[in-house]
Design a protein around this ligand. Structure first.
Ligand SMILES: Cc1cc2nc3c(=O)[nH]c(=O)nc-3n(C[C@H](O)[C@H](O)[C@H](O)COP(=O)(O)OP(=O)(O)OC[C@H]3O[C@@H](n4cnc5c(N)ncnc54)[C@H](O)[C@@H]3O)c2cc1C
Length: 385
């Protein structure tokens, strides 16, 4: 009999899982809270296991089409004066031949193209209750529908509802890294920010980047250190940004004033640390299970890799879903924990907490074009193994 899966969340993890389960002959249904598919997002580096998995899943050509190609990184002083540039060829060497620079929405779009028409997506819907029984899992949705399935996948991100309903409240799993993030796409290129480049202003505790991947593909992101993320989250995002970045004359102040109220990703930088990702026939995937954070630069890659290998393990044990989920976790967990450790280490690199941290961040970047330093940085960022 054909097996059914309900996947909550149509982000990178959920779409990749839907595609993979469809390919192994399951009948997945996606349940997405947003009223329509999201586009844009921030800039992500995509490589490693995620790249390999995308290749096996046949989505690599669609991703390569969207790849920005070489993009340089320029660091400025808050008043806009040049500090140093990491040339695009060095950034490319760092990322390697099997690495891509994309918008998060590019990965979702490439996956969606494969899923569209094959997997039903219930937009504007969430789940309200889950009950497991020996033969399956019973799911109730907020539109009144109920679904009986063989598997429930919680791919609903950092603040997962599936995790809350099945594993417990978020507070038991969330580890704040003492930073905030705000990110958005822009409909214009700010004056002075070159095309096809990352332009960053950073000072102790604060970082602000404009990233352009080509015409009409611009994103801005801000990170800053804080001892109290909950207090920051209680503020209006634009007010919080203005408090921290108002005195950075290069673009930041003007940009914040022009940001639309909606459409801004605004959250604390938090990891999810859980000693198990499945409970019977319910499994967490992507940020819902192991959020490594932007500081690890690997969340999208791991979401695709995790979804692909989930399909492989389910295919190998079709009659024992809980055992397949445990075997999958045992295989993937070491990589996720390694990336989480990297994310924690890198928090000082993004918004250095002291002059010494700033120096430690800048020195290797200033020397990054030297081949031995390129190799060292690649290893430090775990891009090359
Ligand atoms: C600024 C920034 C930069 C980053 N840079 C990188 C990078 O360079 N490289 C990299 O690999 N990763 C990067 N990441 C991380 C990466 O974007 C995430 O790890 C990845 O997108 C996680 O995908 P996901 O599908 O697990 O979760 P999400 O993208 O959070 O998707 C979850 C989906 O579930 C939906 N949803 C949520 N709640 C519910 C609910 N209750 N019911 C139904 N649906 C729900 C949401 O609407 C969403 O569609 C970055 C992240 C940020 C914020």
């Amino acid at each position: 009999m054909v097996k059914r899966a309900v996947i909550v969340g149509a982000g990178i993890a959920g779409l990749a899982a839907a595609l993979r389960l469809h390919r192994i002959g399951w009948e997945p249904v996606l349940v997405e809270r947003a009223p329509a598919r999201r586009t844009g997002g921030y800039v992500v580096a995509f490589f490693g296991r995620g790249y390999d998995a995308a290749e096996r899943m046949g989505v690599l050509p669609a991703l390569r089409e969207r790849h920005s190609g070489p993009v340089g990184m320029t660091y400025l002083k808050p008043d806009g004066r040049h500090r140093y540039t990491v040339p695009s060829r060095t950034v490319s060497a760092l990322l390697g031949e099997r690495g891509l620079t994309l918008m998060r929405g590019d990965i979702e779009a490439a996956l969606y193209e494969q899923v569209d028409g094959r997997v039903p997506i219930r937009f504007g819907t969430t789940l309200t209750a889950v009950r497991q029984h020996p033969g399956g899992v019973h799911i109730e949705l907020d539109d009144g529908a109920t679904i009986d399935a063989d598997l429930l996948v919680g791919a609903d991100g950092l603040h997962s509802k599936v995790r809350e309903l099945v594993f417990g409240p978020e507070e038991g799993f969330r580890r704040d890294l003492g930073h905030m993030i705000a990110a958005t796409t822009l409909d214009h290129q700010p004056p002075g920010a070159p095309e096809h480049a990352f332009t960053t202003v950073s000072r102790i505790g604060h970082l602000f980047t404009i990233a352009n991947l080509g015409p009409g593909r611009t994103a801005a992101f801000f990170t800053w250190g804080t001892p109290d993320p909950a207090a920051e989250l209680a503020k209006d995002p634009r007010q919080a940004l203005a408090e921290v970045f108002h005195d950075i004359p290069w673009t930041a102040a003007g940009l914040i004033a022009s940001l639309p109220a909606g459409g801004l990703y605004y959250d604390s930088v938090s990891q999810i640390v859980s000693d198990r990702w499945s409970e019977g026939r319910v499994v967490l995937l992507g940020d819902a299970a192991w959020c490594v954070t932007l500081f690890a630069g690997y969340g999208s890659s791991l979401a695709v890799a995790g979804a692909e290998s989930l399909g492989t393990f389910l295919e190998s044990r079709p009659d024992d879903v809980p055992a397949a989920l445990r075997a999958w976790e045992a295989d993937l967990r070491p990589e996720a924990e390694k990336r989480q450790a990297l994310g924690r280490r890198n928090s000082g690199t993004h918004s250095p907490a002291s002059r010494l941290d700033l120096l430690k961040r800048d020195l290797p970047l200033r020397l990054a074009a030297l081949p031995p330093v390129t190799r060292l940085l690649g290893r430090r960022l775990r891009i090359h193994g």
